[in-house]
Design a protein around this ligand. Structure first.
Ligand code: ADP
Ligand code: MG
Length: 631
C-alpha cells in the first residue's frame, strides 16, 4: 500500500496557518494590512479576552464585491498580484493571498462588506475552513471582519496562548506599528469594551509618537530627513537619554511596512556608540522609502524581515545620518580627556543635564576599551550624618543602620553606617583582596580623585571604584532586607496616577505582588493608568513614572517574563546605585576603611551591573616586571 499521499486542503491550510497565525496579534496584523491595502482611512479594532474570544476589525476601505467573497478564504487567492514579475514591484502590504485562508481555517470568521459601487453589501461565514452561503448585508461601505474563538479546532495552539495581558500587549504593538507606519489612518483600539487608544486620522507622526509613548519620548526627538539617490530616510531619533533596556523601540519601516533588520539595528547602535551604556538601546522611528525592486519582501512568512539589494549602503546611510544629527544636536561628547595611554582614554560630555535613568551620567569609552569611564558631573559632597532611627529613608538610607532587632550587627568602625555583610567569612571568595580583609591590621589605602581607592594587598595593589563598591554593599544589604521582609515603603498621602501604554500597565499589574515585596503599592485605575500608593523609600528621588518605566523595561527585556527574584534584583540594583556614594565624594580614612571591609564584594565580580569594571588588580610581580626588577 502506498505511503505517500497528497494532504487534504484543510490540513494544508492548517499547516500554512501555523506559519502565519501564531497568536491573536498575528490575526490583527493581517487584518490591518488588508485594511491598509483597501485604502481605509479609519480602522476600529475591537478585542475581547486578549483576542481569544473575539477580534473585530472594521474599516472604511474599498470593500469586497459580493462575488469575490467565497474566494476570499481560498488559499493563494489575491487581488494584489498576477504574474511573477509583480513580486518585484510590490506596493501593497499583502500579496500571497494566504492570510484570510489561514485565519478562516483556525477560527470562526464572519466577513461583511460592501464596495463603494454596490447598492447592498454581502456577508459570508467561514468556520474552520468551511464556508457558508453568501447573504445580503446592509451596512456601510467598507469591511467588517469578526474572528471568534481563535484556534478552537487546534487545541495545542490554543493551549500555548499566554495571559490576556500578554496577548493584548502584542495586539497593542501591532496596532501601534500600523498607527506609526501609515499616518493617513485613524486607529481606534478597544479591549473588553474599554478604550486602549485612539489616534485621529489627521495626526502627524510626532503626534502619534506622543499618543503612543507619551511626552517622555516625544519631547526628546530630533527629526531625520536624508535622501540618497532613490532612497529616502526620514523620521525621528530620540536623544540618547531616552534609552531602553531592549531594542523594541527601534521602529523601522520600509515603504510603510514595519520590519526588523539586524544590519540596520546595528547601524542605529553604531550611531549612538559611546552615548549609551552597555546593554542599553536607542529609541528611533525610522522610515526608509525606496524603489520596490530594491527590496525583496517575500522572504519571511509574516514579512517581518526583508532582504535589501544593497544593505551595506543602507547601513551607511542610517549610521551616518543619525550620527550627523546627534552632532548637530550637540549630543556627541566634545571634550576628550587625554590620558597617558590611548587604551585608557575616556570622553566626558560637557554641559548637559544628567541622564534620567542612570544614577550618574557616565559615557562609555570608545569601542573595545573598557578600562576607564569618567562620571559626567560629580555630584556635591553628601554629608555623612550619624545614624538616626527616624532618618529619611531616601538619600540617608545609606547611613541609617538597620533596626536593632532585625538587623545584622552594625560595624564598629563604620561611619558610613554600612552593616556587616550577611555572608559568613568562610563563604567569601578567595581573591586578591582577601589577604587582610579578615585581619586586624587596617589595610593601607588612599583615595585618588575622590573616586578610586588604592589599596595595598599581599599580592600587589587593588584599585577600587568607590561608587561600585558601595553600590554592591547596599545591594547585598537590600537583598537581605527583602529576604527578611524589612523593606521600607514610603506611603503616599495622595496616590499618584501614572499613565502608561495600556499593555505596559497590565504587564506591571501582573507583577504587582513581586513589586509589593520591595515596597511598591500599585492599583489598577483602568485605561492604562496605575495608581501608585507607595514606593520603595530608597528611591524617593525618582518619580513614580520613571520607576514604573524601569519596571516595564525590565519586563520587556527578555522573551520570558523575569522571575520574581530577577525583577526585584534589578530594582534593588537601581536603589543601591541611587543611594551609593558617587565618584567625586571625598572620603575620610575611617569611611574608606569601613567600605573596604566589604571589598571582596567587588574584587570577585570585577564588573558592576552596568558592565563597568569595579576593581582593577595589579600584581606585585607585574609591577616588579614593569619596573624591570625582575624579568
Ligand atoms: P492578500 O492580502 O495577500 O491578498 P488575504 O488573504 O489577506 O490575501 O486577502 C485576500 C483578498 O481579499 C485580498 O487580496 C483582497 O482583495 C481582499 N480583502 C481582504 N481584506 C480586505 C478588506 N479589508 N477590504 C477589501 N478587500 C479585502
Ligand atoms: Mg492580506
Amino acid at each position: 500500500m502506498p505511503r505517500i499521499h497528497i494532504l487534504p486542503p484543510d490540513v494544508v491550510n492548517k499547516i500554512a496557518a501555523g506559519e502565519v497565525i501564531e497568536r491573536p496579534s498575528s490575526v490583527v496584523k493581517e487584518l490591518l494590512d488588508n485594511a491598509v491595502d483597501a485604502g481605509a482611512t479609519q480602522i476600529h479594532i475591537d478585542v475581547a479576552q486578549g483576542g481569544r474570544e473575539l477580534i473585530r476589525v472594521v474599516d472604511n476601505g474599498c470593500g469586497f464585491e459580493a462575488e469575490d467573497l467565497p474566494l476570499a478564504f481560498a488559499s493563494h487567492a489575491t487581488s494584489k498580484l498576477r504574474d511573477p514579475d509583480d513580486l518585484f514591484s510590490i506596493r501593497t502590504m499583502g500579496f500571497r493571498g494566504e492570510a484570510l485562508a489561514s485565519i478562516g481555517s483556525v477560527s470562526q470568521v464572519t466577513l461583511e462588506s460592501r464596495s463603494a459601487e454596490a447598492s447592498t453589501g454581502a456577508r459570508i461565514e467561514c468556520q474552520g475552513g468551511v464556508l457558508s452561503k453568501v447573504e445580503a448585508w446592509n451596512g456601510p461601505t467598507g469591511t467588517r471582519i469578526e474572528v471568534r474563538n481563535l484556534f478552537y479546532n487546534t487545541p495545542a495552539r490554543r493551549h500555548f496562548l499566554k495571559t490576556q495581558a500578554t496577548e493584548m500587549g502584542h495586539i497593542t504593538e501591532a496596532a501601534t506599528r500600523l498607527a506609526l507606519g501609515v499616518p493617513r489612518i485613524g486607529v481606534k483600539l478597544t479591549h473588553n469594551d474599554r478604550d486602549v487608544f485612539e489616534i485621529p486620522a489627521s495626526s502627524s507622526l510626532a503626534d502619534r509618537i506622543r499618543l503612543c509613548f507619551g511626552k517622555e519620548v516625544s519631547d526628546f526627538l530630533l527629526p531625520i530627513d536624508q535622501t540618497h539617490g532613490p532612497v529616502r530616510l526620514r523620521g525621528f531619533m530620540a536623544d540618547p537619554r531616552v534609552e531602553r533596556g531592549h531594542a523594541r523601540m527601534q521602529y523601522l519601516f520600509v515603504n510603510g511596512r514595519w520590519i526588523r533588520d539586524r544590519t540596520l539595528g546595528h547601524a542605529i547602535q553604531e550611531a549612538y556608540h559611546g552615548l549609551l551604556m552597555v546593554g542599553r538601546y536607542a529609541v528611533v522611528f525610522l522610515f526608509l522609502d525606496l524603489p520596490p525592486d530594491q527590496v525583496d519582501v517575500n522572504v519571511h512568512p509574516t514579512k517581518a524581515e526583508v532582504r535589501f539589494r544593497d544593505s551595506q549602503s543602507l547601513h551607511h546611510l542610517v549610521r551616518s545620518t543619525l550620527r550627523q544629527q546627534l552632532q548637530r544636536g550637540n549630543l556627541i561628547p566634545e571634550l576628550k580627556v587625554p590620558m597617558q595611554t590611548a587604551a585608557s582614554s575616556a570622553f566626558i560630555r560637557p554641559g548637559a543635564s544628567p541622564a534620567p535613568m542612570a544614577g550618574s551620567w557616565a559615557l562609555m569609552p570608545p569601542q573595545g576599551r573598557d578600562a576607564a569611564i569618567l562620571p559626567f558631573t560629580p555630584p556635591p559632597r553628601r554629608p555623612i550624618e550619624p545614624p538616626t532611627p527616624a532618618a529619611d529613608m531616601g538619600q540617608e538610607f545609606m547611613i541609617a543602620p538597620l533596626e536593632a532587632d532585625t538587623a545584622p550587627p552594625v560595624s564598629e568602625q563604620g561611619t558610613l553606617g554600612i552593616n556587616e555583610p550577611s555572608v559568613p567569612d568562610h563563604d567569601r571568595p578567595i581573591g586578591p583582596a582577601t589577604d587582610s580583609a579578615c585581619s586586624d591590621v587596617p589595610p593601607k589605602v588612599i583615595q585618588l580623585h575622590h573616586a578610586y581607592l588604592v589599596l595595598e594587598t599581599a599580592e600587589g595593589m587593588l584599585v577600587i571604584d568607590q561608587h561600585a563598591l558601595h553600590e554592591r554593599i547596599l545591594f547585598e544589604q537590600l537583598k537581605e532586607r527583602v529576604r527578611t521582609g524589612q523593606v521600607e515603603s514610603q506611603r503616599l498621602l495622595i496616590p499618584e496616577p501614572v499613565d502608561l501604554p495600556p499593555a505596559e500597565a497590565s504587564l506591571i499589574l501582573e507583577h504587582a505582588e513581586a513589586l509589593a515585596g520591595i515596597g511598591f503599592g500599585l492599583q489598577d485605575f483602568g485605561h492604562g493608568t496605575i495608581l501608585v500608593t507607595a514606593y520603595p523609600a530608597p528611591l524617593h528621588r525618582r518619580s513614580p513614572a520613571e520607576l514604573l518605566r524601569r519596571v516595564v523595561d525590565h519586563l520587556l527585556q527578555s522573551a520570558k517574563p523575569p522571575t520574581r527574584e530577577q525583577l526585584q534584583n534589578d530594582l534593588l540594583a537601581l536603589m543601591a546605585c541611587h543611594a551609593a556614594i558617587k565618584a567625586g565624594d571625598p572620603l575620610s580614612q575611617d569611611e574608606m576603611l569601613s567600605l573596604l571591609q566589604f571589598r571582596h564584594l567587588v574584587s570577585d565580580t570585577h564588573h558592576c551591573p552596568h558592565g563597568r569594571p569595579t576593581s582593577l588588580f595589579f600584581s606585585k610581580q607585574e609591577l616588579d616586571r614593569q619596573f624591570r626588577r625582575i624579568l
